[in-house]
Write a protein that binds this ligand. Structure first.
Ligand code: ADP
Ligand code: MG
Ligand code: MG
Length: 247
């Protein structure tokens, strides 16, 4: 589903990704671990198409298309979802307005009919319920005044509504207490564990991987994938740290 080859990317002329290659097959969950500053969030932003991130070499194919050729909204309409390490607050726009516009703009871009207000509300309520998020939060401005855990749950509600093919989740587990971690882990499994979907799970810790079992684990250090293995690699890293890979 996703094939990244020799990807080089820079911010403000500083090279951050330095020849990163990675392939995620349909139906698989891959975890990316790695020391701070390795380029994990940068990888997410480059795949999402954030401005300011310049690809200088390499290629990314998503579902047979040249991903780097698509505008960010086209990537989203093609089924790519990026969950942020730090979800942004958007005062003045309610969660419901925001999510309905996001979903309907994607549907229109795919040539599908937009959902009516009533249809959308039904979907949003079902997703909020499934995540254990209070329905009142759907009416509040996007993430404004939400706790860290509520923001991450809200990201999962958003993912449930948009139903992407491929989700990149950047430290969705950071700052969560045990109950929120379980809710988010269950949400990822329920929404994304399917034969036609894939996930790239960026995390610092083994604990999320106790809930969402990865098929493969990679270590990203200094802008490249330096090691790959099965779930046992995450346990080894938790025990022994990144050592020389962090240099
Ligand atoms: P990680 O998510 O693995 O902790 P990041 O992708 O956030 O790492 O950052 C990788 C490197 O890029 C770091 O050295 C960071 O300081 C640098 N970096 C990130 N954003 C910017 C920016 N806007 N301008 C310059 N350097 C940046
Ligand atoms: Mg970091
Ligand atoms: Mg990061």
């Amino acid at each position: 589903m996703l094939k990244i080859e020799n990807l080089h990317a820079e911010i403000d002329g500083k090279e951050i990704l330095k020849g990163l290659s990675l392939e995620v097959a349909t139906g698989e969950v891959h975890a990316i671990m790695g020391p701070n500053g390795a380029g994990k969030s940068t990888l997410g932003y480059v795949l999402g198409g954030r401005s300011g991130y310049e690809v200088t070499q390499g290629s990314v194919t998503f579902d047979g298309q040249d991903l780097l050729d698509l505008a960010p909204y086209e990537r989203a309409a093609a089924g790519l979802f990026l969950g942020f390490q730090y979800p942004v607050e958007i005062p003045g726009i309610s969660n419901v307005q925001f999510l309905r516009e996001a979903l309907n703009s994607q549907r229109r871009a795919r040539g599908e009919e937009a959902l009516s207000g009533a249809e959308f509300l039904k979907l949003a309520r079902a997703q909020a319920d499934a995540l254990g998020m209070n329905q009142d939060m759907l009416k509040r401005p996007v993430n404004v005044g939400f706790s860290g855990g509520e923001k991450k749950r809200n990201e999962m509600v958003q993912m449930g509504i948009l139903a992407p093919k491929f989700a990149i989740l950047d430290e969705t587990d950071s700052g969560l207490d045990i109950d929120a971690l379980r809710a988010v882990g269950d949400g990822i499994n329920r929404i994304m564990r399917a034969p036609d979907k894939s996930v790239l799970l960026i995390t610092h810790y083994q604990r999320l991987l106790d809930y969402v079992k990865p098929d493969k684990v990679h270590v990203l250090a200094d802008g490249r994938i330096v090691r790959s293995g099965g779930p046992e690699l995450a346990q080894e890293l938790e025990r022994e740290g990144y050592g020389e890979m962090a240099a």
